[in-house]
Ligand binder design. Sequence first.
Ligand SMILES: [Zn+2]
Length: 332
Amino acid sequence: MKLYSNEENKKLISLMTARGREPHSVVITGERGSGRKALAGYLAASLLCEDHSGKPCGKCKSCMMLEKGTHPDFITAEQNENGNYTLDSIRALVSDAVILPNEGRYKIYLIPDMDRSVNTATAVQNVLLKLVEEPPAHCVLILTAVTREIFLPTIVSRVFPLATEPCSQHDAEQWLTMKGCYGQDDIIRAVSVCGGNIGRCVEFIEGKDLPLAFECAKAAAEAMLENDEYSLLKAFFMCDGKKAAARQALVFLSEIMHGACLYALGVEPEKCCYKRGAELLASRYGSAWAEEIYALVRDHTGRVDANCNLSLTVNSLTARIVMVTRKYGGHF
Ligand SMILES: [Zn+2]
């Protein structure tokens, strides 16, 4: 029942429930891994807790069932194997919503990752429209997405918006340690790369693509420091045709460049996956260089998104970085 960070959200939820102004439709936004589902779970627990104190007591039957994931009135929509929602499953959810709750005062439906499939997002919202417009008194609908842009204006105007608040690195470390299944070195490394985003930290420790993408971005930053064109190209080819990892590597690299811009202006970035590299690049080439490289990396990330050929994109990026760096006195 413990929700890290999100102090403002907790206060808001507690105020709303204390005043009997519980929302019936909520949209939770935040980057992937930032705890949108945890916040949804906390909201559900606050609404269903038998204590009605505005925050989950963690002891009543309802809180215990939620903790175990067995509460019959907290229902998470199921995605198919492609991560999409079928219209039939959403229609079934809407018909189920008119039936009274089994245990508590509310029946709460969570539909996570509404933006997972852009193709079906609008159709899904059209099915949900009636539920959002005229919700039964016992029904609460919680939708999550990275940003609100995916939602239809008619939905946006009727929902209560919540956004996840970032965790501190200390909280993330504490949470990962409490899980008891990760080594301390892994935890420290993951938090230094992913900051307080717990979901990403877990992905970094358990997955393969995220660490690979980070190594690729780090090697690229180091090649720029060394003025080594061959190493730069080699760094970009570390992801070897893996589009998702290559894209993530560019995201990490743009974070490093953004960090370099800030360091060059005398500001320490709050979040940067490779602070040491960013600091060295800033002192070596300055802020104008970092801004240009940042724009280049973002532009090439867009090319990956637009399905341009991966090796052509990487070759073009390398050539442009070399050109810009020469302009700023680098001897590639
Ligand atoms: Zn309780």
